[in-house]
Design a protein around this ligand. Structure first.
Ligand SMILES: *Cc1c(COP(=O)(O)O)cnc(C)c1O
Length: 424
């Protein structure tokens, strides 16, 4: 399949180019040229998960991967388990945090790294990525030790939890990490600036592993299907999905799943106080505010970089806008929501709790709610322990990196300094 540049429609590329370049000309996002519904969804849902995901992804990767290569990529990526946990009579959590870095981002990062392995042709590639937390860990682990690929991760200094930080700053090897004095949006703007610098892009073979890279989203499309394969069939037409959103990659993937024919009834885009999209959905006006720090810090984004993709699906008539509502959950309600889940026997962390609250606020009679569990509670141990008055045990993936040294360097929010660093 071909992919359009949404900012410059004349740029049309194949899958491998879209993955290798990340971002198109004029900083445009790549998007599939056509999304053709899959004919027999019921049969698809009955397939074994590797076969199902192979079938979903096959048209998108086109001729760039042989059947055998795609099978290999699929097996390497979707060994990560997906679980559906029942919280109460109407609501379940889609747990996406059973991968190597305990967050849903493991799916996209692993898929992308495995595709790039086939696409790099022995040339040097530098992956530059900005993280508000979980992306860094997932990307670092997915690319660690892969030949010819250098990874540089930018993150806002002192704005992510120590445990989260330890998961990607302690690896070393081909993984370098920089703590930027600024916000996540500042980090993201440094990444964008780097892509605008043609010389830099050429000399270091610049690529991004952010959710601007279409490969990550394609991997995420698959677990929405897996969710429906787990849910009782009687609920298959009335399930509402609440997505805890920051950069809106997860929601983009969910909407693509719907366009492929998955019978998701409608979506709720839930955010924390960084509520650009919920406000936009009610007022029609796009007014990002200064990003504020919250308990659900992986969602502290006020200028979500995937929004143009959603906008495109709406404007091109593929997705009906009425099937998407927004919900912004403040800090005190996030805590109440975590406690309410705890009372129902389900320990959760701030991001998933925000999404759960979206269902509490908007689920209607007769509907079933599914919220995405995007990270393991132990990844946010500080706040989870304090708010729920418990001591969340550290899974081995986390315990392992706690004693290791943080290898990050500090840097001002300054493109010239970053450029010097990257050119070294
Ligand atoms: C990245 C992340 C999100 C936000 O996902 P987007 O695809 O950027 O909207 C939500 N929760 C957690 C735990 C995350 O790491």
């Amino acid at each position: 399949m071909k992919f359009y540049n949404l900012s410059k429609n004349s740029q049309v590329v194949d899958y491998s180019t879209a993955v290798r370049t990340g971002l198109g000309e004029n900083q445009g996002l790549f998007f599939p040229k056509e999304i053709t519904p899959i004919e027999d969804i019921d049969s698809l849902l009955q397939l074994d998960k590797f076969e199902r995901n192979f079938t979903i992804l096959r048209p998108f990767v086109g001729e760039n991967l042989s059947d055998e290569q795609l099978r290999d990529v699929v097996v390497n990526t979707f060994g990560i388990p997906v679980e559906v946990k029942t919280v109460n009579e109407t609501t379940s959590c889609l747990e996406l945090f059973h991968g190597p870095t305990l967050a849903f981002k493991d799916f996209g990062a692993t898929f992308m790294a495995n595709c790039l392995k086939y696409f790099s042709n022995g040339e040097k590639i530098t992956i530059l990525t900005a993280t508000s937390g979980d992306t860094g860990a997932a990307v670092a682990h997915a690319f660690y030790g892969i030949e010819n690929i250098e990874v540089v991760i930018l993150y806002p200094k002192n704005k992510i939890s120590e445990l989260q930080e330890k998961m990607f700053t302690t690896l070393g090897g081909n993984i370098r990490t920089i703590a930027i004095e600024g916000t996540f949006d500042n980090c993201q703007s440094l990444v964008k600036k780097s892509f605008d610098d043609r010389d830099l892009v050429k000399t270091i073979g610049l690529n991004s592993a952010n959710s601007i890279n279409i490969s990550r989203l394609l991997a995420q499309v698959c677990y929405y299907f897996e969710a429906f394969a787990h849910l009782p069939q009687s609920d298959s037409d009335n399930t509402v999905v609440s997505v805890p959103s920051g950069n809106f990659g997860n929601l983009t993937a969910g909407i693509i799943a719907k366009l492929l024919g998955l019978p998701i009834k409608r979506f709720i885009a839930t955010t924390n106080a960084n509520d650009t999209v919920p406000r936009y959905l009610t007022t029609g006006e796009w007014h990002p505010k200064e990003t504020v720090a919250t308990l659900s810090n992986a969602m502290d984004v006020s200028e979500p970089n995937n929004w143009p993709r959603i906008e495109y699906m709406i404007e091109s008539g593929q997705f009906d806008k009425v099937l998407l509502t927004g919900d912004a959950v403040n800090e005190s309600t996030t805590q109440t929501s975590m406690r309410s889940l705890q009372e129902q026997g389900y320990v959760s962390e701030p991001h998933a709790s925000v999404a759960y609250q979206g269902l509490v606020n908007q689920l209607q009679q007769g509907e079933r709610g599914l919220f995405l569990g995007t990270a393991h509670p132990a990844k946010f141990k500080d706040s989870v322990d304090k708010i729920l008055d418990i001591d969340v045990p550290l899974p081995k993936e986390l315990a392992r990196c706690v004693p290791k040294e943080d290898l990050s360097v500090d840097m001002a929010f300054d493109f010239e300094q970053l450029k010097t660093f990257l050119n070294r």
